[in-house]
Design a protein around this ligand. Sequence first.
Ligand code: FES
Length: 76
Amino acid sequence: MPGTKVTIFNNGPLRIEGDFEIVDQEGKAFGLGGRTAVAICRCGHSSNSPFCDGTHKRQNFTSTVTARDLPAPAKP
Ligand code: FES
């Protein structure tokens, strides 16, 4: 079992929990206020991006995801 778990909710956000850090593209870490779980927006409508603020419900965001195996990465 990995130390970090990412759950993709149908019609909603990604939930990250466990041992993780979220950084911007410059590598600066977000202060998470001691949270051990956060929800990351998938709908693109959050006013608190990259975090989910629940707006996906009002936007009727739909995205159903089922776990699957990815193909092996392309060789360089
Ligand atoms: S997924 Fe919740 S606001 Fe975008």
